[in-house]
Design a protein around this ligand. Structure first.
Ligand SMILES: [Cu+2]
Length: 633
């Protein structure tokens, strides 16, 4: 093991510390959003410092805020499979206008139960989740279009569509893929606009075009062998698999002309109403499915070596880079050559109504001897592409028009995705790249059998890439996106306006606080303000009751949340932001006195912010009584 000094010398020469040093009290230049992978969440870091700023709950329940536990947020996690408190979140994507990041929303996919979530970047809260029907393993997602017209979804796992009970070895006859386009530019109105029925391959990653290629999205596929067992061998046989090029403007025409099938399908759309502080679920019952046989020109295949992972479109919209993880070259396709090949019908064959274009007719060049295991590529806006290489653990930088490698930098160790700041937009910021590494032996202090995933920050502003920083991430990030902080920070909300709070159980002043019984249900309309609850003493609750504490935070200043929890609660606490209402549901099991208190350190008298509930036996005649201070009601 090198000493710390030697290590600094070997990987980070020069005055690198000053490049990542952000003095206390100063802000970072970029927000970077990392997917949480198996944590089901998103974590937010400031770059270049690598300081963590927030973990956003998305597909997993959160004990810190009560997300997924409260009646207000449970509908967010409803699916056609029921309430799902977890998922595997892979690829964050920042909304764009005219091909540039606009700082409005972040989208992220759920891989296991196919879903896409919208996070509002004024509150950093998840405000919408749509389930994707006719899908399994929603991996190539959400990767949106130039004006966030759509975010996309695809099937990593092909399955029977519609689902049915068939032998698994009938894969080739019965299993299909789908590619879905989800309307995304209106909050609260996400909807599956249409799906395209695809051959039963595994669809892996995606990117949509920009500039000249606006109107198209590209999806990699592997397992074009259509194997259903021992894929590590059986899906690695073909020299070339395909990039599917989907013309979504053509799909829109086909929908307008009725060239689709309205297919029954049950899926959920969940939306958080910020004024009601409440999520609602709606169940959708059908989806439009386009068969490429009935909609000529909607899809083409570009042969691409070999089991490609990433498909990435250059900032000028002309070049399409495939990351063939088993390939010895990196193929760079040309969008304009693709259009010409389509016009000239330079087809090799057709699969399920989808023409396969001739490789040579669409290829711009092959980058030779790039590295081992090329995965994923982003661009710096100066004519260079950066590809992560899993097997050889490095990032390569190359001139993608001239097809020439110009630099390589090692990563520690196996890099999955990388990001370049704004590297999937029309105008990348460049400046930094981040490697997301999977196998990080010895990189951090050990914390038990599980090793952390690391993020490594590279300065890419000069000719040579330079590793300048390393930090550790939450969950297992698969991808991250960075945005200039200036595009978000002035729009961030500080409070919820109490006046606008339309939660049905909100109370806006202490005099309206009360307790109401409806049979075995007791509703506590409670307020919180520094440093007391109203009411803070409650009697007349009985074993067998279900008690709903509807707690409104009356504060209207930034940074004064209060928390609420009661002894024996089987749910998480609730953390209530200024002006917000949240509900904690509690079923007392035995007579006695139960304290409740504020969990968030809110003032010098925070420790005094508490109260009691008296619980009497079932059937007792104890009357409801509630008060704060001497003002008994
Ligand atoms: Cu408090």
């Amino acid at each position: 093991m090198p000493t710390q000094k030697e290590a600094v010398k070997s990987v980070a020469p020069g005055d690198v510390a000053s490049k990542v040093y952000v003095p206390p009290g100063k802000h970072d230049e970029f927000y970077v959003f990392f997917s949480g992978g198996f944590s089901g969440q998103v974590s937010v870091y400031g770059i270049p410092s690598g300081r963590i700023i927030k973990v956003i709950k998305v597909f997993s329940v959160d004990p810190e805020t009560g997300y997924g536990f409260t009646p207000e947020t449970k509908p967010m996690l409803m699916t056609s499979h029921g309430f799902i408190p977890w998922d595997d979140a892979h690829h964050p994507w920042l909304s764009q206008t005219n091909g540039e990041q606009d700082g409005r929303w972040l989208f992220i996919n759920a891989n296991n139960v196919p879903r896409i979530a919208r996070i509002d970047l004024s509150t950093f809260e998840t405000t919408e989740i749509i389930e994707i029907p006719n899908s399994a393993g929603n991996h190539p997602s959400p990767y949106g279009t130039e004006n966030t017209e759509y975010v996309v979804a695809g099937t990593r796992f092909s399955v029977p569509i519609p689902q049915k009970d068939v032998p698994i070895d009938s894969y080739k006859e019965n299993f299909k893929g789908t590619i879905s386009f989800i309307k995304a530019n209106e909050p609260g109105k996400m909807d599956v606009a249409f799906q395209i029925l695809m051959p039963g391959f595994n669809y892996d990653l995606a990117r949509c075009g920009r500039g000249p290629s606006h109107g198209w999205c590209f999806f990699t596929s592997y397992n074009t062998e259509q194997a259903h067992t021992l894929l590590e061998i059986n899906a690695s046989k073909n020299d070339k698999d395909y990039i599917a090029a989907i013309n979504w403007k053509r799909a829109e025409e086909c929908v307008a002309q009725g060239k689709y099938q309205e297919m029954p399908a049950t899926y959920y759309h969940n939306y958080y109403d910020e004024e009601k502080h409440m999520a609602v679920s709606e169940v959708k019952k059908s989806v439009k499915v386009i068969n490429p046989k009935d909609c000529q020109g909607v899809a083409y295949f570009l042969p691409t070596p070999k089991s490609p992972h990433g498909v990435d479109v250059s900032d000028d919209g002309e070049y399409i880079v495939g990351g063939g993880k088993l390939a010895t070259v990196i193929p760079i396709h040309s969008f304009s050559k693709m259009l010409k090949a389509i016009e000239q019908k330079a087809f090799e064959k057709e699969i399920d109504g989808i023409p396969v274009l001739k490789y040579d007719a669409v290829l711009h060049c092959e980058l030779e001897k790039p590295c081992l295991g090329p995965l994923h590529t982003e661009f710096d806006g100066k004519g260079f592409a950066y590809t992560s290489c899993f097997v050889s653990s490095e990032i390569i930088k190359y001139d993608y028009k001239g097809c020439k490698v110009v630099d390589r930098a090692p990563t520690y160790y196996s890099i999955g995705h990388l990001l370049v700041m704004g590297g999937d937009t029309k105008k990348p910021y460049g400046k930094y790249a981040i490697a997301m590494n999977k196998i990080t032996k010895d990189r951090s202090l050990p914390v038990g059998p599980e090793l952390l995933q690391s993020a490594q920050l590279y300065d890419i502003s000069g000719e040579k890439m330079q590793l300048i920083h390393e930090f550790f991430t939450v969950g297992e990030p698969h991808y991250a996106q960075g945005i200039l902080a200036d595009k978000i920070k002035d729009k961030v909300k500080k409070i919820y306006e109490l006046e606008k709070n339309k939660h049905p159980y909100a109370v806006k002043s202490e005099k309206d606080a009360r307790v109401e019984r409806k049979g075995n249900e007791v509703h506590v309309y409670m307020t919180m303000i520094r440093s007391h609850f109203t009411p803070d003493n409650i009697e007349g609750i009985k074993v067998g009751d279900t008690v709903y504490f509807h707690v409104t935070n009356l504060e209207q200043d930034w940074d004064i949340p209060h928390g609420f929890v009661i002894k024996g609660s089987e749910d998480a606490e609730i953390l209530v932001m200024p002006g917000q209402t949240k509900t904690l549901v509690w079923k007392p099991k035995a007579p006695g006195i139960y304290p409740f208190y504020c969990t968030d350190f809110c003032s010098a008298l925070h420790q005094e912010m508490q109260g009691y509930v008296r619980v009497s036996p079932a059937g007792s005649n104890a009357p409801l009584k509630y008060y704060t201070g001497t003002a008994q009601k």
